[in-house]
Design a protein around this ligand. Structure first.
Ligand code: FES
Length: 123
């Protein structure tokens, strides 16, 4: 089961929780689009950084190792991830605080996704 709660103080009047079924495990960006959650995006390919989100794991289980090289380098260039966080994600499967919505696959865990909406560059 995966409940994904979207939160944006600038864009959403209140938090929105959606349930992602097993066959619906695309990216957080595509889940957001399906549910009309306006996470900003441009490239959909991990190269622009406009879909930056902050992720809080709500269930005990945390999974975060699915960082692509492209996502790692974009988050690094935005100053949103440290080498220690990358190591922790790869070694201990711990979700780093910031992700790119177009690169993050919805997994079997409940998460809170914060995004900035109209304010670029952070949540
Ligand atoms: Fe460009 Fe995600 S939309 S990095």
């Amino acid at each position: 089961m995966a409940n994904v709660t979207f939160s944006s103080k600038h864009t959403l009047p209140k938090d929105v929780t959606v349930y992602a079924v097993a066959g619906d495990r695309g990216t957080i960006l595509s889940l957001a689009e399906k549910n009309k959650i306006p996470i900003p995006f441009e490239c959909r390919d991990g190269e622009c950084g406009s879909c930056l989100i902050e992720v809080v794991t709500l269930t005990g289980k945390t999974m975060g190792s699915a960082l692509t090289e492209k996502e790692k380098s974009m988050l690094k260039s935005l100053g949103k991830i440290t080498t220690a966080e990358i190591d922790n994600a790869v070694t201990n499967d711990v979700m780093p605080k910031y992700r790119l919505a177009c690169q993050t696959i919805v997994r079997d865990q409940d998460i809170l996704v914060k995004f900035a909406g109209d304010e670029p560059g952070g949540s």
